[in-house]
Write a protein that binds this ligand. Structure first.
Ligand SMILES: Cc1cc2nc3c(=O)[nH]c(=O)nc-3n(C[C@H](O)[C@H](O)[C@H](O)COP(=O)(O)OP(=O)(O)OC[C@H]3O[C@@H](n4cnc5c(N)ncnc54)[C@H](O)[C@@H]3O)c2cc1C
Length: 387
């Protein structure tokens, strides 16, 4: 870690510990929502600290962080519950390289400046892990595309103003392949089917959206026809690594809080930290956190060094699989250390116990990560992946 990396990590940690964590319980009790002026204050502070758009290059007004630095910041963001850390904005990094001038001016720059918010509509009722099985369509008509389909779990759609929509092309040279479009959410034909409740308590909801005959200019196509899956894979690589980083942050916070509690809580005349059963839960947690952190940091550094794309893909899966499963084990143990208090919503372990569960599901389930890792293992061997 360079001095600059270390300073950035400290800046992110102070922001999370001093400005975000104090609002967690208030958010939990209010359905994830904080007063608008508080959220705006957090957003403004994130931008002042250089965390406004950490994924985006400086030329476009982003923060220009290396992937390793992004992982350091995201690790700190992972320390806070209720999605309060999402004020650190992460627009898709791959977009900068493929967006047209019109797209840069209309969506990318305003998003970096904090004036627009995006969401992603890939998953469908019958296509989650198997992204290739989506049924939503994109049909070319003159200078427009017509989009149809129903999308599930569209995170942040209630707060966003545009959506990245993935559809199967119905005609033309690329018929049957996928294409990705940027679509303003107020376009005629987009309807919220319903907003299901989820385990966590976040201001960002995950509604089901219906797209019926939604017309968008051809200029809203991202990249070329047939590029859709390429962008999805790029997003997966990034987000899997950042999930690993956030899980490390969550586990660190849980271990700190459970350790402090164990030293103070007295049962049968002794602090529970003197009982081996409690010591072993915390020792296992710390050991696993260190392993996950090393995997995450090393993968981020390898990506900054320009590692081969397939290797990056496999290592992001290794890090995401291990770190997300580790954080869930740590949260389970932390609840146990806190005893009855660990089952109260005002307790950090209770909130993380619910919130971390999805880390083993979204951006590819643990099973899908194992499928990717095994596939690469058989094709390339042990040394190529972790040598
Ligand atoms: C809170 C939340 C937010 C989300 N946000 C978004 C979003 O913003 N945009 C978006 O597009 N999507 C989003 N998703 C969708 C998410 O990415 C999918 O839920 C995830 O990829 C799993 O797909 P699925 O739910 O359809 O499960 P399925 O694919 O139906 O899987 C069900 C089970 O089968 C297993 N399985 C499937 N295939 C295999 C296999 N080949 N081998 C072994 N096991 C297998 C899975 O691991 C899982 O255990 C979100 C989901 C959640 C829960």
């Amino acid at each position: 870690m360079s001095d600059e990396d270390r300073e950035m990590q400290r800046r992110a940690r102070d922001f999370v510990d001093q400005e975000l964590i104090p609002h967690e319980v208030e958010a939990e009790m209010a359905g994830g929502r904080l007063p608008p002026e508080v959220v705006e204050g957090h957003r403004r502070r994130a931008r002042e600290l250089g965390f406004g758009a950490i994924t985006m290059p400086k030329e476009l007004g982003g923060d220009g962080l290396t992937l390793f630095q992004q992982a350091l910041v995201q690790e700190q963001i992972g320390r806070v519950t209720n999605g309060l850390g999402w004020v650190v904005h992460t627009p898709p990094a791959w977009l900068a390289a493929v967006a047209t001038d019109h797209q840069i001016d209309t969506w990318v720059k305003p998003t970096i400046e904090g004036d627009r918010v995006e969401c992603y509509a890939i998953t469908e009722a019958d296509a989650g892990s198997d992204v290739a099985a989506i049924k939503a369509t994109a049909r070319r008509e003159g200078d427009e595309y017509v989009l149809d389909g129903e999308k599930w779990h569209v995170t942040s759609a209630n707060l966003a103003d545009h959506v990245f929509f993935e559809g199967v092309l119905t005609d033309g040279e690329h018929a049957g392949s996928h294409a990705l479009f940027v679509v303003d959410l107020d376009s005629p034909g987009i309807r919220t089917v319903r907003t299901p409740a989820y385990s966590h308590t976040l201001a960002d909801h995950h509604p089901i959206l219906d797209f019926q005959g939604v017309r968008v200019p051809a200029a809203n196509l991202i990249g070329a026809e047939g590029d859709g899956m390429r962008f999805v894979y790029e997003w997966f690589r990034y987000e899997r690594l950042m999930i690993a980083a956030r899980c490390c942050g969550a586990a660190e916070r849980l271990i700190e809080e459970a350790t402090a509690f164990a030293k103070e809580r007295v049962a049968f005349g002794n602090p529970i930290s003197e009982y081996q059963a409690i010591q072993f839960m915390l020792a296992d947690s710390l050991t696993e956190l260190w392993a996950a952190r090393l995997m995450t940091y090393r993968t981020a550094q390898a990506m900054d060094e320009g590692a081969d794309e397939k290797l990056q893909h496999a290592q992001c899966s290794l890090a995401k699989l291990y770190a997300s499963e580790m954080a869930n084990r740590v949260a389970d143990r932390a609840v146990q250390v806190f005893g009855g208090r660990g089952y109260m919503r005002e307790n950090v372990a209770e909130r993380f116990y619910r919130e971390l569960r999805v880390e083993r599901i979204w951006e590819g389930t643990s099973e899908i990560q194992r499928v990717i890792i095994a596939d690469q293992l058989f094709k390339r061997g042990v040394d190529a992946l972790i040598g």
